[in-house]
Design a binder for this molecule. Sequence first.
Ligand code: SAM
Ligand code: 2KA
Ligand code: SF4
Ligand code: MG
Length: 210
Amino acid sequence: MTKEAIKSRIDLGELLPLMEEFYTIQGEGAHTGKSAYFIRIGGCDVGCHWCDVKESWDAAIHPPTEADAIVENAAKYSDTIVITGGEPLMWDMEPLTRKLKAKNLQVHIETSGAYPLTGTWDWICLSPKKRMLPKKDVLDNAHELKVIIYNKHDFEFAEEYARKVNKDCTLFLQPEWSVREKMIPLIVDYVMANPKWKVSLQTHKYLNIP
Ligand SMILES: C[S@@+](CC[C@H](N)C(=O)[O-])C[C@H]1O[C@@H](n2cnc3c(N)ncnc32)[C@H](O)[C@@H]1O
Ligand SMILES: Nc1nc2[nH]cc(C(=O)O)c2c(=O)[nH]1
Ligand code: SF4
Ligand SMILES: [Mg+2]
């Protein structure tokens, strides 16, 4: 394929910059504890300084991979597929999710919501970021809001986005990993005082799994 052909097939979502795939346990949010196959798509320009997967940011270092091939492989592992990144909504998710749904798989996304919503999803986890705010489409369709708590101001940001998501959206506060010892007590107090929120932890890091 020529460079131009690759670029136009990436634009169509037929090829995606695949960083890694792994079968593990969903560590975070509403589906914590459920086995799932993770597909990590490269590329993100949101720039969270505490991002735990900065190797994902440069899409150019991740090989353009056929959506068909990603789906054929993923279907061998699990009925639940989590698409993450990087920021998966930088790419057209329609072909990948249509092919996953054709195999009767449950298809989940982890997203900052900073790009327009594409694809068909059974579960949308929105983790909004101050540096690039989420789009209305994602706010309207998110099943869970998962706000990362790095400092005290993040509680205000969380409340602002709790007002913006749809009324059925489950609300989670998750400590930023490097400051978890400082923030967990604040999150615990906050959730007891404001019971519409739930605690989410990155349980896979405690379990020493991917
Ligand atoms: C690596 S991101 C990829 C998906 C998408 N870009 C996003 O931010 O939602 C996956 C999840 O990990 C969270 N996350 C990333 N770094 C983290 C950290 N250091 N501590 C806690 N959560 C983190 C993100 O907020 C997001 O919910
Ligand atoms: N086990 C596990 N659960 C996760 N939930 C969201 C993750 C992500 O990086 O998107 C993640 C991850 O990287 N591993
Ligand atoms: S939006 Fe997600 S992948 Fe991008 S920098 Fe932030 S946490 Fe990392
Ligand atoms: Mg992760």
